[in-house]
Write a protein that binds this ligand. Structure first.
Ligand code: GLA
Ligand code: ZN
Length: 676
């Protein structure tokens, strides 16, 4: 069991860039007063400070940072201290051009922007490690410093000669012989065989780009390289004498990296959440961001930190809408409900110039605390103090949805059956949301996760099976789990080679069918599915399906629904087969959300999965955190009208209105001692 990092309270605060205000001591002073007023107890420092910390090679200036950490600490405010590798000083790039990133066209970037460095470059590593070591020596044991924030939003890839070399080494280690690589990558197709590892190059828009296994391995390599870089920084911090935990701030649905591989390198996961509230119904946005919170929690199956969120409007979306009154609190408590032990913002004080001068902040250019945003931030701080006992508690789940990045990469790259959009994320989100609407906590997991905790497991569009995954799924169902498979599952192996002999690979017997063909629908087309009279789940509705319709050849599964239209009218659309002590369902088409809501309602009941709440009105989010002794039930109304949720037996109100009616955006937190 890994050590769980908790702080015994919720962290409230966020990114602070005092290096931009060193010539304004008056401002630095009022900032601290404002922080206290807003119940801010934590700031993140140093994220983009390299040029101020090391203005010339080897010349370090830490005094200003030490002074700020100390001043904050005197006022009871902790520091999350960042390593500044996310952006670099000009001297570094000028003197050592190898640190700059090379794109897929093999062009080296000019100096500028951020996140524009090579993860392999020995010089870049050496320079940042020197700085990290010094940072750790100077501040890594300061009582005010509580956590290392390594770099910033790791992302992107580099195709420089140094990275190519590392890629070849990585491949050699994985495949041992070039014959093996040729075989696994199917390079005989179009005569692309390699004679030695030295011939292999990263994918390029000017060259090899349709060798899917190469693309897939390159992406895996990029993740490994990034994690390796992260570890190199963490190592330097340790060498500097600090034993503090480390985190790195991850991003919303970021497809450039496979975050599950960060598990071991991070002591606690943190992430940056910027949902576009009010674009669609808040409940839909809440489901989407809820899924990401759950995915982040799932990386270590432990509480995480919300490292960044916007106190008002961002400035980088096409349209940057203000959060309506109450939205900030609801969104912040949603993060907490899903397992966050913090509500941190980007940013505490708005910068005066450059690209983020109009990004929302706790303190804006006006500079006063008498603003709507400041008041709402203060309210968040007050509420977090009131519910502080919840910090560190767990989120346990009886239901899970598979959302695997390697699968996502392979599925989108595959060429066919729909190249416009396979709607993978939509399909996962629909199933996630439908499970949440039953009032259940849901884990969002990868293929590596242990399954025995779950009573019900949705495996949508699991196109790629990692070695042995079919076995893991079958064993799960046999042991009593309810396994919900869908179309386009079990098609290829780890290197994107199609399975021979029928799909879903290794599960045809368990599902009682074979997938024979798949029809891709134009965007304007739809089909529908009708229930079989007397189907054992008692499904009565008729539902629309779109995008992808699989035609299965039935062996010995029960048909619950059939297609209503096209030449495959009457073909199975939803099937079931008992498997050991459990169940295997197979959803043949991309069904509308209402189908999933009704279907999971029945399947969860059959699986004996129950929510704390008897009836969950649409738009209400029900989430449970718990310790060994206590349960905390979060009820949040993300619909646009008042909704009523009765207090289940044994619960008392910890926070929120003293009535069962929740107004839009209102949250109620209930508490109950566990029996025994
Ligand atoms: C990201 C970055 C921050 C800032 C915000 C703006 O999350 O980590 O430095 O640019 O976006 O929303
Ligand atoms: Zn490189």
């Amino acid at each position: 069991m890994e050590k769980k990092i908790t702080y015994g309270r919720f962290l409230h605060g966020g990114d602070y860039n005092p290096e931009q205000w060193l010539d304004r001591p008056d401002i630095l002073k009022t900032d601290i007063e404002y922080f206290k007023k807003a119940h801010i107890n934590t700031v993140s420092l140093g994220i983009f400070s390299w040029a101020v910390l090391e203005p010339r090679e080897g010349e370090y200036h830490f005094e200003w940072l030490e002074e700020i950490v100390e001043n904050l600490w005197k006022e009871g405010i902790s520091t999350i201290l960042a390593t500044p590798s996310g952006a670099r000083p000009k001297w570094l790039a000028d003197k050592y051009p190898e640190v700059l990133r090379v794109n897929g066209n093999r062009e080296r970037n000019l100096y500028g922007g951020r996140h524009n460095h090579c993860y392999t470059s020995p010089v870049y590593r050496e320079k940042i490690q020197n700085l990290d070591r010094e940072l750790s020596r100077r501040l890594g044991n300061h009582p005010g410093v509580i956590l290392w924030h390594i770099s910033n939003e790791f992302g992107g890839e580099c195709h420089c000669p140094l990275c190519q070399e590392k890629f070849r080494e990585w491949l050699k280690e994985k495949y041992h012989t070039i014959e093996n690589l040729n075989d696994r990558w199917c390079t005989t197709f179009w005569s692309h065989r390699y004679e030695s590892f030295d011939q292999v190059e990263s994918p390029s828009p000017r060259g090899e780009r349709e060798l899917h296994a190469l693309n897939l391995d390159w992406k895996r390599f990029v993740t490994d390289r990034t994690v390796d870089f992260l570890k190199a920084e963490a190592e330097a911090l340790r060498e500097g004498g600090s034993e503090l935990p480390v985190t790195a701030n991850l991003m919303y649905d970021y497809a450039g990296l496979d975050y599950k591989k960060f598990r071991e390198a991070l002591d606690i996961v943190s992430w940056d959440n910027y949902p576009g509230w009010h674009k669609k119904e808040e409940w839909l946005t809440a489901a989407d961001s809820g899924m990401q919170h759950d995915l982040m929690r799932g990386i270590k199956k432990a509480p995480f930190l919300l490292m960044e969120s916007c106190p008002s409007a961002t400035n980088w979306k096409p349209i940057n809408k203000l959060k309506k009154p109450g939205m900030l609190l609801a969104a912040s408590l949603q993060a907490v409900a899903h397992g966050s032990d913090s509500v941190l913002y980007f940013q505490l004080r708005q910068s005066r110039g450059a690209s983020e001068k109009f990004h929302g902040a706790v303190i804006d250019h006006y500079g006063g605390s008498d603003t709507r945003v400041f008041r709402e931030v203060t309210e968040v701080g007050e509420v977090l103090e009131k519910i502080q006992e919840i910090a560190g508690s767990d989120v346990k789940c009886q239901a899970a949805v598979l959302y695997d990045r390697e699968n996502d990469w392979a599925l989108k790259d595959a060429q066919g059956p729909r190249n416009e959009d396979m709607h993978y994320q939509d399909c996962v989100l629909k199933q996630y949301r439908a499970l949440r609407e039953q009032g259940l906590n849901v884990d969002v997991i990868s293929m590596e996760h242990e399954l025995s905790d779950y009573r019900i497991l949705a495996v949508p569009m699991a196109y790629l099976f990692k070695e042995g995954y079919e076995e893991k799924l079958r064993a799960y169902a046999e042991a009593g789990g309810t396994l919900v498979l869908s179309y386009w599952t079990g098609i290829v192996d780890e290197t994107d080679r199609c399975f021979l002999g029928g799909t879903p690979y290794g599960l045809m017997e368990a599902a009682g069918l074979r997938s024979a063909e798949i029809d891709a629908l134009f965007d304007w087309e739809q089909n529908y599915v009708i229930p079989e009279p007397d189907n054992h789940l008692g499904i009565r509705g008729t539902y629309v399906c779109r995008n992808l319709c699989e035609l299965v050849e039935l062996r010995d599964a029960e048909i619950l629904m059939r297609y209503g239209d096209d030449f495959y009218q009457g073909y199975p659309a939803l099937t079931h087969k008992a498997c050991g002590k459990g169940h295997v369902y197979y959803v043949c088409a991309d069904m509308e959300h209402d189908f999933y809501r009704d279907f999971f309602g029945k399947a969860a009941e059959e699986a004996g999965v129950r929510s704390e709440v008897e009836f969950v009105p649409e738009g209400v989010s029900v989430t449970l955190r718990e310790t060994e002794a206590v349960q905390y039930l979060f009820l949040q109304n993300f619909s646009r009208k008042p909704e009523t949720v009765a207090v289940p037996e044994g619960y008392e109100v910890l926070y929120g209105p003293n009535t069962d009616v929740l107004k839009p955006l209102q949250t109620r937190i209930l508490k109950k001692r566990k029996e025994g």
